[in-house]
Write a protein that binds this ligand. Structure first.
Ligand code: BG6
Length: 267
């Protein structure tokens, strides 16, 4: 698998061209900010388990005609530029364009760009451009796997009183207090427009999203964890996914010639 490796004065990162998949980011002298399964395959055609899969042009099974989480996470992006903006900041651009294969799956001409800025923060700007003559609908996510000291220490703050869809029961509920993990969690929070924090014993991770009002919180817990591909049975204890999304009702319509950008900044 071809990867882009970045090392500057403030941080390091690794991005696979398959899926524009960031699978490592850490600030100098700090622990990695992304969780990566030790037994992930790194096999062509299979999504890497961990890091930040790009789910596009459909989140989950939001478009039942497409594979789960769309096709971008296993598609080969083109690495179009790397710029050293200063000693602490590197910008990488990766692009995916429609092809015969994507047009068969999804009949629209598009250009999808992921701009990754690696500094003391990790910033991702996922821009969808419609170069077709018909409007299309997208749902999507930057499906970030964050490592935690232990799942029972993890708390997600910033979602108190937010409505959410519990994807396990299909119920529409309202959050009360912090999100904690004592069982399988698979939820789509709505109307999210401020910073989210993930805390555990050792640190606080900040997540800021733009161009999005939905956030998916996911941990497979014990039973689903055992069924997941490329993941040890016990791995559910080690991570929480906080996904910067446009999912379900937060879909976006992109008109011909127009763009939509989903931006996430984490540190
Ligand atoms: C999450 C979904 O976004 O991704 C979960 O909400 C799903 O339901 C998880 O299990 C992982 O999906 P996949 O396709 O990478 O195994």
């Amino acid at each position: 698998m071809v990867i882009v490796e970045i090392n500057n004065a403030s941080a390091s990162a690794k991005i696979a061209l398959q899926g524009a998949h960031i699978f490592h980011y850490s600030r100098k002298g700090e622990k990695p900010l992304l969780w990566l399964s030790e037994i992930s395959d790194f096999e062509v055609g299979k999504a890497i388990r961990g890091g930040i899969p790009v789910c596009w042009p459909s989140f989950g099974m939001n478009n039942p005609n497409l594979p789960q989480h769309g096709f971008a996470r296993t598609a080969l992006f083109e690495h179009t530029s790397t710029k050293e903006l200063d000693a602490n900041t590197t910008e990488v651009i990766l692009i995916l364009k429609h092809s015969e294969a994507t047009l068969t799956l999804w009949p629209y001409k598009f250009e999808l760009e992921l701009k990754v800025t690696v500094s003391d923060k990790l910033t991702m700007e996922l821009t969808t451009k419609n170069i077709d003559d018909k409007t299309f609908k997208i749902t999507q996510a930057l499906h970030t796997y964050f490592p935690v000291s232990h799942i029972s220490d993890a708390k997600v703050k910033g979602l108190d009183k937010k409505p959410f869809l519990d994807a396990l029961t299909n119920e529409q509920l309202t959050q009360s207090g912090d999100v904690v993990f004592e069982e399988e969690v698979d939820r789509v929070y709505q109307e999210v427009n401020s910073e989210i924090l993930l805390t555990d014993k050792d640190r606080t991770i900040h997540i800021n999203n733009e161009g999005s009002s939905s956030v998916v919180i996911w941990n497979p817990w014990i039973e689903k964890g055992k069924r997941m591909s490329a993941m040890r049975d016990e791995a559910y204890k080690d991570f929480v996914c906080i996904e910067s999304a446009n999912a379900f009702d937060d879909f976006r319509l992109v008109e011909p010639g127009k763009t939509h950008t989903l931006k996430a900044t984490i540190y």
